[in-house]
Design a protein around this ligand. Structure first.
Ligand SMILES: C[S@@+](CC[C@H](N)C(=O)[O-])C[C@H]1O[C@@H](n2cnc3c(N)ncnc32)[C@H](O)[C@@H]1O
Length: 280
């Protein structure tokens, strides 16, 4: 609960900064002065950014660009777990077109208000922002074609529950297509224990092999983890500094261990049992 409240407070404040004309520092707003967050900056190209309101781009706090990497087809239903200011939901809505639908799910009221305002500015109808927790998705079983998410699963203390829920709402054959921070190898305990680094998407990151094992346990197959950014010692120093951690000592120990990755998996299509002969 303490963790969830800290996450809600941090991202509520970020939403308010954008709503009052600031940036989420740094979001995907590559041109914003003073913003050089190695995780969240420069994720979207100008072709994508020009399709949606500037406020949605400024509110971006992801660590990847799932809609650029995921297969999303006209007429499909997409669900974004932890949709924030709505950037990936609005881009998905454009991809699925008027016969499809894009849902965003977020627990933070300020983010939901910002996302709905961004939807209004974009003039996009086939979008719905839902309030709720990604550990208890408020959608029926087998109702979604693609589950996307951008730097949110690493914030949760119950990753197994999220993956079970993603599996439940996906249709058979549905795709899990998520950007997340992932760890390769061991990282110092002081990094793992830091609440600030947890709410900043670092300390709660899963090891790559644990991610694969948890997805398999939830029932997924065709699991793949593709690195999209590898954080070097200078990047590490940036996210450690100011967190009460000796950045100079710890940064070299985490060099190249934190990565942003695109994680894919598929909910298998199970054959209906039609009689003793066809199920063997
Ligand atoms: C790092 S931001 C990412 C936002 C968005 N995906 C993006 O790319 O800009 C995390 C978002 O996830 C939401 N969030 C975090 N944990 C959540 C949970 N357990 N349930 C629902 N929303 C959550 C936060 O409120 C916040 O809006």
């Amino acid at each position: 609960m303490e963790l969830k409240n800290a996450v809600r407070q941090k991202y509520g404040e970020a939403a308010l900064r954008v709503s009052t004309g600031g940036s989420s520092c740094c979001g995907a707003a590559s041109g914003v002065a003073g913003c050089a967050d190695p995780i969240t900056s420069n994720l979207y190209n100008s072709g994508q950014a020009s399709q949606i309101p500037q406020e949605a781009v400024l509110a971006s706090l992801g660590c990847g660009n799932p809609t650029a990497l995921a297969a999303i087809n006209a007429g499909e239903t997409v669900l974004d777990l932890g949709s924030g200011g709505g950037i990936d939901v609005l881009l998905s809505a454009k991809r699925v077109g008027p016969t499809g639908k894009a849902y965003g799910l977020d627990m933070t009221d300020e983010m939901l208000a910002l996302a709905r305002e961004n939807q209004r500015k974009a003039g996009i109808d086939n979008v719905e922002f839902l309030k709720g927790e990604i550990e208890n998705i408020p959608l029926p079983d087998n109702s979604v074609d693609v589950v996307i998410s951008n730097c949110v699963i690493n914030l949760s203390g119950d990753k197994d529950k999220i993956l079970q829920e993603a599996f439940r709402v996906l249709k058979p054959g549905g795709r899990f297509a998520v950007s997340d921070v992932v760890v390769r190898g061991d990282v110092p305990d002081e990094v793992r224990r830091s609440m600030e680094l947890w709410v900043g998407c670092i300390a709660g990151a899963l090891r790559d092999y644990d991610y694969v094992a948890k997805l398999a346990k939830a029932g997924f197959d065709s699991i793949d983890i593709e690195p999209t950014r590898v954080y070097n010692v200078d990047d590490a120093r940036q996210f450690l500094v100011g967190e009460g951690i000796d950045a100079d000592a710890v940064a070299p120990q985490v060099q190249d261990k934190f990565i942003s990755a695109f994680i894919r998996a598929v909910k298998p299509i199970t054959k209906e049992c039609c009689g003793p002969a066809c199920c063997s």
